[in-house]
Every structure is written in structure tokens, then in C-alpha cells.
Design a protein around this ligand. Structure first.
Ligand SMILES: Cc1ncc(COP(=O)(O)O)c(C=O)c1O
Length: 421
């Protein structure tokens, strides 16, 4: 397989590495901005269309600033993500808070920021009322259960812990109405890394149909339908990116039928995509430390699954480019590994690559979403830096690498001296 494209040459990357040693994730601002524009313009027909970037995919305020400049909101699911939104200067309805099993302090923070609060369960109406009070705009997360098939990453909706059943939606919105709520939204999130455009159109079908029924039975009007995230990306070269124009055209047709046809226009369409927006524009850059040959050939990198967990936990494919060897034939079979004491700490298993030497630079593609953010500290491995390749070619460090002192910051070594055993 010939390499997927890169936003830098080997020489440019070597210059970057002189200043910022590997491993690091680097994000391509130009790629992110161009895709963001394509995404939003696909829905130009819908007045009030908004993408709330799922910040869990790449929780970095610099990237959020770039996306906010494109008119994107932020989708948060925890206290830390709400604080990050606040630090990025975001307020009010440009923040959507979709959480589950939520502590009161997180609802309080969301309310303080004026975020749109999306409840995951019917019992949270009373919980929110008790701890924060019911805001004037409330959204529920709908789990359509058997109406929708799932996939390997997200599982089947019926087995998923998230959201209200259809019956609970009717009961819940009725209760909100009785409590004096005037503004309503509805949300669902039933896909993960889905490449079939029709899947998202089907989701809109289920949601629009539900909105019509809720309107008929309860007389409430919805301001928005948030169709979630889950838009897949072409991790493999043979994959095709989701055609967002096709998704939009399909949704528009249903909008005319259900929403306009029933006199329910206007309804704002929201998404909260993470992976599609930044995933393809991130790269984990690593150097080969060791080559090992036992029953198989191993390439040992200076990064590990602490930097990128997806291959280990989902058996996910991430394409690898060996810098400077793009045109060499990929005829050597390798496992590309990290240094954790876990045999699944492998970026690739049985991958055909050009012949690799110690010191080669390997670029692991598509790490711009659920990459650095899923990192962890097992074995005391510290997480890498994050860099942003600006549109003008400048490189900005948008997060420094963790140090060993960061790792030990939660331990009290002085207390240990006085700890008798
Ligand atoms: C509630 C919610 N919204 C949005 C997303 C973003 O999903 P993706 O990055 O696949 O678009 C997730 C992912 O876990 C999620 O749980």
C-alpha cells in the first residue's frame, strides 16, 4: 500500500524533531479548517445548523479556538471538559453538556456556564431540579434501542447504558412541560466510526418521526435535534470518507417531509462529531529505538499505547508511514510495538513495511481524535507533547510533554519518611 498523504516532508519533520524530540502528536491546522468548512457548508440549507465539537476527542483549547473561529460549539461530558470550554472563552448555548451518571457539581458547572444541558436519564430531571434547578431549555438523550443497529465500538443501542427509552421520552417531556420548561431539544448518539452516509440519514428519520409524535401528543415544539457524532474516517486507504453532502441531502429530504410537512419548521440540526473533524489531521511521530527478531520481527518505538490506545483496545488499524521510505516496497512483516509491559502494546501486528532501521522516523496516521486524549500512565509512562502545524507552516507547541515530576505530583514522598511500618 502506498502511503497516505502527509502535511510535511521528511526534511520539515526532521527540523521539527530538532526542537521537539519524538514522540509527539502533531495536528495539521489547514486540514482541520478545510474539513470544518466542508462540514458546516454541507448544511447551509439549515438555519442555525451547528457542530458542537466533541472535545473528548482532542481536549486541547488551542484546537478548540481554531474550531470556534469556524463557528463550532463545544460538546462536553465532564467537569474538566466544561472547565476547558470556559478557558477557551466559551459560554452559554455554544456549550452542550452531554454526560451520564452525572455528579451534581458537574450539572452546577454546566448551569453556571449557561450550557445546554442534555439529560441521560429520566431520574435526572428530579436530580437536576434538586441540585441546580431546571433551566429554561432542556434536552434529552434518546436511545432508540432495537430501532437502530450498532457497531463494534459503540455496541448495540439496546445494550448501551445511555439515554431514555421512547416511552420515557414522552413521560419526561410531559414532566418538563408541567414544570414550566418552554424550550426543548432532543439528542441521540448511536454510531461510532460509521462510514455509511445512510446510517446518519436513518438516525434523522428516527428522530424526526419521534419529534412529530411528541409534538402531536404533548404539543411541544423542538428547537433542535442533535444527531450526535460517530462519523467515521478512512483509517485504511481503501476506506471512503463519509460524503457529508449526501448525509445533508438525505436529512433535508426527511426534514421537508416530517418537519416542514407537519408545520414544525424551523428545527436546528446539530452534530457533535469529534473523530471526523480532527482525526485524519493528527499524526503520532515516533522514532525506532530497537529492532528485535525472535519468532517474529519487532520494531520497538519510543512511544507506547500510553500515546495511542486504539490499536490495543479496539484492534484498530492506523496506517504507518516510514519517513523517506514511502517508495520502497513494503515486503517485511513486522509487529510495531511500544514499551509497556503489556503484550497488546502494539501499534500494528503483522504489518508489511519497508525494511526498517534503528533511528527511522515512523508516522502513525489518524491520531487527531481519541489519540492523545485516551492516553494513560501505566508503567509510569508519561504522555507526549502536542504540536500544531499552523497554516503558515509555523509549529506551535500546544501542550508540553509530561515530566516524571508530573507523574509523581500526587504522591507525598515527605509523608513516606514519617510513615512507620
Ligand atoms: C456523547 C458523545 N458525543 C460525541 C462523541 C464523539 O464521537 P466521534 O468522535 O466518534 O464523532 C462521543 C464519543 O464517544 C460521545 O460519547
Amino acid at each position: 500500500m502506498k502511503s497516505k498523504s502527509l502535511p510535511f516532508t521528511k526534511e520539515q519533520l526532521e527540523k521539527i524533531i530538532e526542537k521537539y524530540p519524538t514522540p509527539f502528536h502533531i495536528y495539521d491546522e489547514k486540514g482541520i479548517v478545510e474539513y470544518a468548512q466542508y462540514f458546516k457548508h454541507s448544511f447551509d440549507w439549515n438555519n442555525g445548523f451547528k457542530e458542537y465539537y466533541a472535545i473528548k476527542a482532542l481536549p486541547n483549547p488551542y484546537v478548540m479556538k481554531v474550531l470556534r473561529n469556524q463557528g463550532f460549539g463545544i460538546d462536553c461530558s465532564s467537569l474538566a471538559e466544561l472547565v476547558l470550554a470556559e478557558k477557551a472563552g466559551m459560554r452559554g448555548e455554544e456549550i452542550m453538556f452531554t454526560s451520564n451518571d452525572t455528579p451534581a457539581e458537574e450539572y452546577k458547572k454546566a448551569a453556571e456556564l449557561g450550557a445546554i444541558i442534555n439529560l441521560d436519564d429520566i431520574t435526572h430531571i428530579d436530580y437536576l431540579d434538586k441540585h441546580v434547578g431546571i433551566p429554561e431549555l432542556v434536552c434529552f438523550r434518546y436511545n432508540p434501542g432495537a430501532l437502530k443497529g450498532g457497531n463494534v465500538i459503540i455496541g448495540n443501542p439496546e445494550d448501551s447504558k445511555y439515554g431514555f427509552t421512547r416511552e420515557q421520552l414522552f413521560e419526561g417531556y410531559k414532566k418538563l412541560k408541567e414544570m414550566g420548561v418552554k424550550r426543548f431539544g432532543i439528542h441521540t448518539m448511536v454510531a461510532s466510526n460509521e462510514l455509511d452516509a445512510d446510517y446518519f440519514v436513518e438516525t434523522a428519520d428516527i428522530i424526526f418521526d419521534t419529534i412529530v409524535d411528541l409534538n402531536k401528543e404533548l404539543g411541544i415544539r423542538f428547537e433542535f435535534a442533535n444527531l450526535g457524532g460517530g462519523i467515521g474516517i478512512p483509517y485504511k486507504k481503501e476506506h471512503k470518507p463519509v460524503n457529508m453532502q449526501r448525509v445533508s441531502d438525505g436529512i433535508k429530504e426527511l426534514y421537508e417531509e416530517y418537519i416542514v410537512g407537519n408545520g414544525l419548521d424551523p428545527l436546528k440540526i446539530f452534530f457533535e462529531s469529534g473523530r471526523a473533524i480532527t482525526g485524519p489531521y493528527g499524526y503520532l511521530v515516533s522514532t525506532v529505538l530497537h529492532l528485535k527478531e525472535t519468532y517474529k520481527k519487532y520494531v520497538g518505538l519510543d512511544s507506547s499505547m500510553a500515546n495511542l490506545m486504539r490499536p490495543a483496545i479496539y484492534k484498530a488499524y492506523h496506517h504507518i508511514t516510514v519517513m523517506g521510505k514511502e517508495d520502497q516496497s513494503a515486503r517485511y512483516l513486522y509487529d510495531v510495538t511500544g514499551s509497556l509491559c503489556e503484550n497488546n502494546d502494539k501499534f500494528a501486528i503483522n504489518r508489511l513495511l519497508p525494511e526498517i532501521e534503528v533511528g527511522d522516523i515512523l508516522v502513525i496516521h489518524d491520531t487527531g481524535a481519541h489519540g492523545h486524549s485516551m492516553g494513560f500512565n501505566y508503567n509510569g509512562k508519561t504522555r507526549s507533547a502536542e504540536l500544531l502545524l499552523r497554516e503558515n507552516g509555523e509549529v506551535v507547541q500546544i501542550r508540553r510533554k509530561e515530566t516524571i515530576d508530573d507523574y509523581f505530583a500526587t504522591l507525598d514522598f515527605d509523608g513516606l519518611k514519617n510513615f512507620e511500618v
